[in-house]
Design a protein around this ligand. Structure first.
Ligand SMILES: Nc1ncnc2c1ncn2[C@@H]1O[C@H](COP(=O)(O)OP(=O)(O)OP(=O)(O)O)[C@@H](O)[C@H]1O
Ligand SMILES: [Mg+2]
Length: 251
């Protein structure tokens, strides 16, 4: 059985897409076959981190949801983004960056059941060990579905009071949806903070295990989502922490 890991946050910009891409890369470096699906249909972005060009993706998730192709036809092999460190494989299922497609999905919606069917078909067709779902912030329909069908939910938050409240809501909703495992990743922690203290405070506040605490990094900011951090800075302490997170999520 493949693990389905959803990466979510209540508020935007917490680091979901970069975290999803890095975790996917770390799993593939360990020899696993990983799918990464961009369910952020309103504001797609993770394809940029993998360096996927527009002309490489013949079909997007939107095409599948509109019945134009099978889900496996949307999968792009982006293992090349790991530049020789990939022992498994990474497949990206991008969302369309065509303005008309985005407008259509917002206006007309789609059959949400197709999304869960697609997740399952993809796991089978590509023989995936892991499916990572990069979500849109907030609690919309596809996010709720992604959370509900996951084995593991990773909630990403910054140490910011607006995030604290939103994370509380997400954790509550996920409990109602009976997600088997939920963990929190605290990201972009200022270097002046005590990392261990924040870990315990957050775990205690939400009564939820903390998978990792990732400091703010100028190198990550400087990379500007133009590469996979774990590939570019393999020996960076953040990558060591993300490796631990990757392990904890599957243990
Ligand atoms: N630990 C970190 N230190 C510094 N910058 C970071 C860190 N994590 C992520 N970032 C930066 O934060 C920005 C937002 O990251 P990302 O796109 O991954 O967030 P997101 O949660 O997916 O956003 P959205 O909600 O818009 O989809 C990017 O510029 C990324 O490089
Ligand atoms: Mg994102």
């Amino acid at each position: 059985m493949a693990d389905i890991i959803s990466v979510h946050s209540f508020r935007g910009g917490t680091g979901k897409s970069n975290t999803s891409a890095n975790l996917a890369a770390l799993y593939a470096m360990d020899g696993l076959r990983v799918g990464v699906i961009d369910t952020d249909i309103q504001s797609p972005g993770i394809h940029v981190i993998f360096g996927l060009n527009d002309d490489e993706a013949v079909y997007s998730l939107n095409d599948y949801l509109w019945g134009r192709c099978a889900i496996q036809q949307t999968a792009c092999d982006v293992s090349y983004a790991l530049r020789g460190t990939c022992k498994g494989a990474v497949y990206l299922i991008p969302s369309s960056v065509n303005a008309a497609d985005i407008a259509r999905v917002i206006h007309d919606g789609y059959d949400i059941d197709l999304l869960s069917d697609g997740f399952r078909e993809l796991i089978q067709a590509l023989k995936l060990d892991i499916l990572m779902i990069d979500t849109h912030p907030g609690l919309n329909e596809e996010t709720l579905l992604s959370i509900a069908i996951s084995n593991v939910l990773l909630v990403v938050m910054r140490p910011d009071y607006q995030d604290y409240q939103g994370t509380g809501l997400t954790v509550e909703v996920a409990r109602e949806l009976e997600v088997p495992r939920m963990m929190i990743l605290i990201n972009k922690v200022p270097l002046t903070f005590d990392l261990e203290q924040i870990r315990w405070t957050v775990a205690d506040t939400y009564n939820c295990p903390v998978a990792g605490v990732v400091p703010h990094s100028d190198e990550m900011m400087g990379l500007a989502s133009h590469d996979i951090f774990a590939v570019r800075y393999a020996d960076h302490p953040i990558v060591t922490e993300l490796r631990l997170v990757a392990k904890i999520l599957r243990s």
